[in-house]
Design a protein around this ligand. Sequence first.
Ligand code: AMP
Length: 304
Amino acid sequence: MLMRLKQGLFHQANITMLKNDTSNAITTVRTVSDLRNILKIWRNNKLTVGLVPTMGALHDGHFSLIKRSLSLSDRTIVTLFVNPKQFGSNEDFDTYPTDELSDIKALENLSVDVIFAPSTEEMYPTGNITNISIPDIGDLLEGAFRPGFFDAVATVVCKLFMISSPDFAFFGEKDYQQLLIIEKMVQDLNIPTEIVGCPIIRSKDGLALSSRNVYLSEKDRLVAPLLYKILNEILDDAKNGEELKKTLNNAKMNLLNSGFTQIDYLKICDKKYLTELNNFSFDARILGAAWIGNTRLIDNIRVN
Ligand code: AMP
């Protein structure tokens, strides 16, 4: 049935079929109108749709979101779009890792239904566009260090939602603040999409998987897992009744003495509003962002 739908669409739209002879053929769509043509057919067939927005350079963290979507939704769309608007002028847009061919192959192996990989011009045909801004929570933590970042993220995610009207959309707790912001946006704007948060996937040594980990030198890669270790030590100390300020200061010193070169923040925050807590609570999340040389790592852990 799916193949018939896909073959039918192939005539209607300018759609690339990576394989056109086997059952796990994948459809890569470059334009909004082509994607909407496919969605129309799915909707007519009463199929539910899951959306997994990514910037590509896919790894097991992304795959966990995709697998969740495949299990919850009748059809899954994965987006590959490195959104230029969410990179500051001093950030790594020009060097952000991309490997579309290997991403497509991996998505094909997972039997994803459609890849949406638009150009920047397709996503922003008029250049500057209406901006979605999420106050308060968007100004804290990452927002304080990357001005405009969450506006750009919320705006592009909102556009993807308007384009595809997904029943479900999947986001990783790796970007915990982003997940909360998207949940807030969906609630505030009455967007009828269920946001599904997915746990952080880590390497064996604890480092949270990230497309940017490829920037780490061999030596820095050995240092990097310490961020996760320190977050857990903070949790243990906090649970044992240590004074939070002292605990966090010690943790920062430990990171700096072990090869991290700068700490942007290391905080215990309310898990819903991300306001910093002065006293330990089980309604907390512990979050950190720190640099090793030119590579910035973020991580967080839940409190339980
Ligand atoms: P990105 O391609 O980095 O924009 O990430 C796309 C989605 O994958 C976001 O929802 C991220 O939170 C999620 N993600 C990235 N890394 C991980 C990870 N290690 N574990 C779980 N989700 C992740």
